[in-house]
Design a binder for this molecule. Structure first.
Ligand code: DAT
Ligand code: MG
Length: 131
């Protein structure tokens, strides 16, 4: 049932430091998605290495892992019709200058290494991350 599609969103340290947690939750709620799980967590090196496994050979990975452990993050599971695809559209592009105004990254950040929010890009990877 497509209505029960779920995605995994994480508000990164800069999202919390810029007081954007409420704004981001508001956008997903107003769009029509349901929050079905939400947690404030402190990430660990091991968890992040698994989370960013696709980036294991990239030169910025070490800085990314350090940054992601520098502050708590808010992880949220959202449910609803086409939530994975629509969620990615709401986030904007990975690199903020490529993000349209009206998207979260387009409205609230300027730098790729501080892009506020994470969201899965496929149903399979979302289900894996939720697990
Ligand atoms: P996305 O978060 O849009 O799925 P991704 O999976 O390619 O993008 O990369 C994960 C995160 O890694 C991204 O949100 C920010 C960081 N990142 C990506 N490219 C980067 C770069 N060139 N320099 C620094 N950080 C980068
Ligand atoms: Mg990604």
């Amino acid at each position: 049932m497509a209505n029960s599609e779920r995605t995994f969103i994480a508000i990164k340290p800069d999202g919390l430091q810029c007081s954007l947690v409420g704004e981001i939750i508001k956008r997903f709620e107003q769009k029509g998605f349901r929050p079905i799980a939400m947690k404030l967590i402190q990430t660990s090196e091991d968890l992040l290495k698994e989370h960013y496994i696709d980036l294991k050979d990239r030169p910025f990975l070490a800085g990314l892992l350090k940054y992601m452990q520098s502050w708590p993050v808010v992880v949220i599971v959202w449910e609803g019709l086409n939530v994975v695809k629509t969620g990615r559209v709401m986030l904007g592009e990975t690199n903020p200058p490529d993000s349209k105004l009206g998207t979260i990254r387009g409205d609230f950040c300027i730098q790729v290494g501080r892009n506020i929010i994470h969201g899965k890009d496929s149903v399979e990877s979302a289900e894996k991350e939720i697990g």
